[in-house]
Design a protein around this ligand. Structure first.
Ligand SMILES: *Cc1c(COP(=O)(O)O)cnc(C)c1O
Length: 391
């Protein structure tokens, strides 16, 4: 009997070693990684520069708590400000935690405005994490089931529907923020329609509400820009959440905000014991430095185009393929039926993928994949679909 909580439906494989885009199990079998530990290991596995930075910092100083200045945390905030255009960062340990930080900013913004029953606009099919407020914000009944009462103050509208958002702002003067993913990940790899984020930003401005973008999955070069919102120069978020790929596997998240918004949290208003410690920040600094040297946003865009083209060409006319969609190396293939078993079939063929919403193959390979590896991912996915749905 396992002594672990039985909270995950795990595949019967133990991965024990990695190198670049390759993973090896305890039997010595090799797998091509098209998931990156769910958009985390964007630089691949066992990257020598990341490994060395972590080891060096571990030998020097791991943790002090935020009772003192932490130079690595200051440097990381500078680097995040530079790549995002935001002003300040709060560093925490995970995605859900930085979503909590964003939601607390929204509540403080409400307090400043004098709104005493504030609400945040959220989208259908959204995913923001598993803490109580984050799961309450999420548009996913399965992760909320049995955990009531949920945290209140969320108004849900269909993702991508600007008219619905406009109506919600008219009907609900208590709206103080909107929280959306620029590309929904768990929700089925859905990029926001062109102009949606800019339109939402305009609505927020008109109603003195904060535009808060959850880039935990779409950020850090994944979609071909540092952040997905940067594809449209008219999008100016007030708050951006980042996590997953920020530490390439070392747990870390950041809530980024414009100056006036960050100022809503004075000393004592928010905090964390582990968050922003020298070890995690050193890892994240090295991640950004390596990503910059590799010009990784541009590489992700090029490899993403290659992957989308291969999948489009082979699958567009397939009767069981509803849509191939995505941005950069965040790619989804929606099928006409639920296919949870496809991840197991892929594993048998030495490819690690994921299926989300039951019917959408999700591909999030490390951003360092080469052309041949992208071809191998495409070949295997196309074969799996043709095998599952024979003509
Ligand atoms: C993964 C994810 C989260 C939650 O992050 P955790 O680190 O698992 O808490 C939140 N938002 C989005 C968009 C995510 O993809």
């Amino acid at each position: 009997m396992s002594h672990l909580f039985n909270t995950y439906a795990r595949m019967p494989v133990s991965l024990v070693r990695g190198e670049g885009a390759w993973l090896y199990d305890d039997q010595g079998r090799r797998y091509l990684d098209a998931l990156s530990g769910i958009a985390v290991c964007s630089l691949g596995h066992a990257h020598p520069r990341i490994a060395e930075a972590i080891a060096d910092q571990a030998r020097t100083l791991i943790h002090t708590a935020n009772i003192v200045h932490i130079p690595q945390q200051e440097a990381l905030a500078d680097a995040l400000a530079e790549i995002s255009g935001m002003d300040r960062a709060f560093i925490a340990n995970s995605g859900a935690e930085v979503v909590e930080c964003a939601l607390k900013l929204a509540r403080r913004h409400a307090t400043e405005r004098g709104v005493d029953q504030p609400a945040v606009l959220v989208a259908s099919h959204s995913f923001h994490g598993r803490t109580l407020a984050a799961l309450s914000a999420s548009g996913n009944a399965a992760i909320q089931a049995g955990f009531g009462p949920l945290v209140g103050g969320f108004i849900r509208v269909p993702f991508g529907d600007l008219d619905a958002a406009r109506q919600a702002f008219e009907d609900h003067p208590e709206l103080v923020a909107a929280l959306v993913e620029p590309v929904q990940g768990e929700g089925g790899v859905r990029p926001a329609p062109e102009g949606y984020l800019a339109g939402l930003g305009k609505l927020c401005k008109e109603h003195d509400a904060l535009l808060m973008l959850d880039e935990i999955q779409s950020g850090m070069a994944r979609t071909g820009r540092w952040f997905a919102f940067q594809h449209d120069p008219d999008v100016r978020p007030d708050v951006v959440t980042v996590a997953k790929a920020l530490g390439n596997g070392v747990p870390i998240g950041a809530c980024l905000a414009r100056e006036e918004v960050a100022a809503l949290l004075a000393p004592g208003a928010h905090g964390t014991t582990f968050g922003g410690n020298p070890l995690a920040c050193r890892a994240a600094l090295e991640v950004i430095s390596v990503m910059r040297e590799l010009d990784l946003p541009a590489r992700a865009a090029a490899r993403g185009e290659q992957l989308m083209k291969r999948l489009h060409d082979a699958l567009n006319s397939h009767p069981n393929v509803v849509e191939v969609r995505g941005q950069g190396l965040m790619v989804g293939v929606e099928l006409s039926e639920n296919v949870p078993e496809l991840k197991d079939r892929a594993m048998e063929r030495g490819l690690i993928i994921n299926v989300t919403q039951g019917n959408t193959i999700r591909l999030l390979p490390p951003l360092i994949v080469d052309e041949a590896q992208v071809d191998q991912i495409a070949d295997t996915v196309i074969e799996l679909i043709r095998e599952r749905f024979p003509a």
